[in-house]
Design a protein around this ligand. Structure first.
Ligand SMILES: O=P(O)(O)OC[C@H]1O[C@H](O[C@H]2O[C@H](CO)[C@@H](O)[C@H](O)[C@H]2O)[C@H](O)[C@@H](O)[C@@H]1O
Length: 241
């Protein structure tokens, strides 16, 4: 079902890859649409500052692509939080030797150069988009890492498998942000495209707001838009209304 207009009293939560930017061959090959920074600034003003990016990427990575983003950021699937340009807080208490995790991931995948290892501050991703036939091998490596490092869980993603800290999530990031101004008292609207977004979509709907799924695939969201271009058009209409 098509989404309604962006409500004046919405608190807006936006996923990044597959929503604001098109999926690309590699994490570093994405292209930020020319109008996106201005659109986000306009939305920030329209929603009274109640605008957040909620991404699987780290906050440092998001800032490389959107250096002037004025809103809150949740990164690494809820493991990191930054309020309106402020310092990045960690949302878990796991004592993880992340450098060792990255080293082990590289060693285990050394025989499969088509598996791209993405090092993240709270985990690691095995990307197999370059050769989807390597999905099973990537999952094996992820399983081996899981057995070596306590406190991590598997996070399946688009053509990728990730290890992230247990107990964090995009739903928890949304609920945390909704508890304080400028989000508190508003209607949460969550927009995402991937499995990691589903819990946050459910949370937004449970809290009296709504969720929009971008693209195809099974979802608990009650609304859907076809692709990032359709989302940009819907957001731009919202700014103009
Ligand atoms: O929560 P998101 O903002 O949607 O981030 C999810 C993951 O996005 C990135 O990986 C995905 O996008 C890449 C670029 O389009 C693509 O090459 C890859 O196959 C996708 O899985 C990012 O690299 C991950 O760290 C994020 O968790």
């Amino acid at each position: 079902m098509n989404p309604p207009e962006l409500p004046d009293d919405a608190a807006l939560f936006l996923d990044f890859d597959g929503c604001l930017v098109e999926i690309a061959a590699r994490p570093d090959a994405i292209v930020v649409p020319a109008g996106l920074p201005d659109l986000l600034r306009d939305l920030f003003r329209r929603q009274g500052g109640a605008l957040a990016l909620v991404s699987g990427r780290s906050i440092a990575d998001l800032r490389r692509y959107l250096p002037d983003f004025p809103g809150a950021m949740s990164g690494s699937h809820g493991a990191e939080l930054s309020l309106n340009g402020g310092d990045t807080e960690t949302a878990h208490g796991l004592d993880l030797d992340v450098a060792a995790l990255h080293r082990d991931a590289a060693t285990l995948s050394a025989t499969e150069p088509a598996i791209l290892i993405e090092q993240k501050p709270h985990g690691v991703v095995m990307h197999y988009r370059a050769n989807p036939g390597l999905r099973h091998r990537a999952e094996e490596i992820a399983g081996e890492l899981l057995s070596r490092y306590a406190g991590l869980v598997l996070q399946p993603a688009k053509m990728a498998i990730e290890l992230r800290p247990d107990g964090v999530g995009k739903d928890k990031a949304l609920i945390r942000l909704m508890s304080d101004p400028p989000f508190r008292g508003r209607r949460p609207v969550y927009i995402g495209d991937d499995l990691t977004d589903e819990v946050a979509m459910e949370a937004a709907q449970r809290l009296g707001g709504f969720a929009i799924k971008i693209g195809s695939g099974k979802t608990g969201a009650r609304h859907r838009l076809g692709d990032p271009a359709a989302l940009a058009a819907w957001l731009s209409d919202g700014v103009r209304s």
